[in-house]
Ligand binder design. Structure first.
Ligand SMILES: Cc1cc2nc3c(=O)[nH]c(=O)nc-3n(C[C@H](O)[C@H](O)[C@H](O)COP(=O)(O)OP(=O)(O)OC[C@H]3O[C@@H](n4cnc5c(N)ncnc54)[C@H](O)[C@@H]3O)c2cc1C
Length: 342
């Protein structure tokens, strides 16, 4: 019998296997029904959005694939417990083989492009998940060399430790893994990053991990004047903007006009809300997913007025110049703003 797609684009996927990775991390392997193989085709580095109900409350969370599409493996995500977090702990504690979870089709722009440059990857903690998929895909399907800087608190929190060792044995000098353990050397320092980066010019850089780790890597890459186009970032949480106060010269916004699904709605604006929140307050089902400014699902174009983004890991400078915004991160800055969803 055909599997149905719910109104929000989710499909019910059966869990084929649950694999314990560390004391606080599991991988969930999905069975994708034959009639949805195309829908769940993905690129290394992409993620699924899960819809789960915990204690009667519905939540959506994004989890990157740790499997590689180049190796014909079943779809797999890897979830690390977030202390105090609702969904990550629920997935670690309760999900068993045979359970079913709603998932949207894969999304994300943290992917390999057609470049032939060597790859330099930085992963911190659960940030290894998309990086593990990317590096195995690059090793299996290209001749690119990969260097990984992998930071963890301590040896027992290293996810995919044994598989990484096996890959080093298999690929020899095409793969170098540099482990950094805070328990041995304290947190990652700019000097350690600069040392690791020596001789990596002309590479493509992939970075995923906790905010402070990502900030330190970004700063080290800036210091080396690496062009922004060769740096790929995946943030699991929204970066906290340095300044959330209205920018100088910003007007008080009164009205936001939203064009969505060929309907035009005049929405009241409440100070401090993003354009996405404004659309929701007006009763509109505006597209969204990660809500951290990473995935690009909530993209829309500001065709009148202006808005500034708190965080943008998805749009290029050219797209921003053309008025495109991530509505989950966009704060209007003019008296009236017109937002058009494609
Ligand atoms: C594109 C993308 C890909 C991702 N991929 C992965 C992945 O591969 N693996 C992975 O493990 N994670 C991944 N994440 C992160 C994941 O989506 C979740 O954000 C993470 O699992 C935490 O969710 P949670 O429900 O457990 O925590 P939440 O319940 O959302 O809580 C998050 C944190 O906020 C704190 N908190 C919650 N409510 C409050 C409150 N009222 N006051 C103060 N503090 C509070 C919690 O204590 C916790 O520390 C990804 C995120 C994105 C955006």
């Amino acid at each position: 019998m055909a599997t149905t797609v719910s109104g929000d684009g989710c499909v019910r996927l059966r869990i084929a296997d649950v694999q314990s990775e560390t004391a606080d991390c599991v991988s969930l392997v999905f069975d994708v029904p034959s009639d949805h193989q195309d829908r769940f085709r993905y690129a290394a580095g992409q993620y699924l959005t899960l819809r789960v109900t915990v204690a009667g409350v519905e939540h959506r969370r994004c989890y990157s694939m740790s499997s590689s599409p180049a190796l014909a493996e079943p779809l797999r995500i890897t979830v690390k417990r977030d202390p105090g977090g609702v969904v990550s702990n629920w997935l670690n504690d309760t999900v068993v083989a045979g359970a079913e979870i709603h998932a949207e089709a894969p999304q994300g722009r943290f992917v390999l492009d057609s470049s032939t440059h060597d790859i330099v990857a930085f992963a911190g903690g659960s940030g290894i998940t998309p990086v593990f998929s990317l590096l195995r895909t690059a090793l299996a399907s290209t001749g690119r060399r990969v260097r990984l800087f992998y930071a963890n608190r301590s040896a027992d929190s290293v996810i995919f430790d044994a598989p990484l060792r096996r890959l080093v044995d298999e690929y020899g000098d095409r793969l170098t893994v540099h482990h950094h353990l805070d328990s041995d050397r304290g947190v990652v320092t700019p000097a350690a990053l600069t040392r690791f980066l020596a001789g990596t010019d002309e590479s493509e850089y992939f970075v995923c991990g906790p905010t402070l780790f990502m900030d330190a890597v970004e700063a080290a890459l800036r210091e080396l004047s690496v062009p922004g186009g060769r740096v790929h970032l995946e943030r699991f949480v929204a970066a906290v903007p340095a300044d959330t106060a209205p920018s100088a010269g910003a007007e008080v916004t009164e009205e936001v006009t939203i064009e969505l699904d060929r309907r035009t709605t005049a929405a009241q604006y409440r100070s401090g809300n993003t354009l996405l929140q404004t659309a929701r307050m007006a009763g509109l089902k505006a597209p969204s997913s990660c809500e951290t400014g990473s995935c690009g699902t909530c993209i829309a174009q500001v065709t009148e007025g202006a808005a500034r983004m708190l965080n943008n890991n998805a749009l290029t400078d050219e797209e921003v110049a053309d008025g495109w915004v991530l509505t989950c991160q966009a704060m209007p800055t003019t008296k009236s703003v017109r937002v058009v969803y494609e």
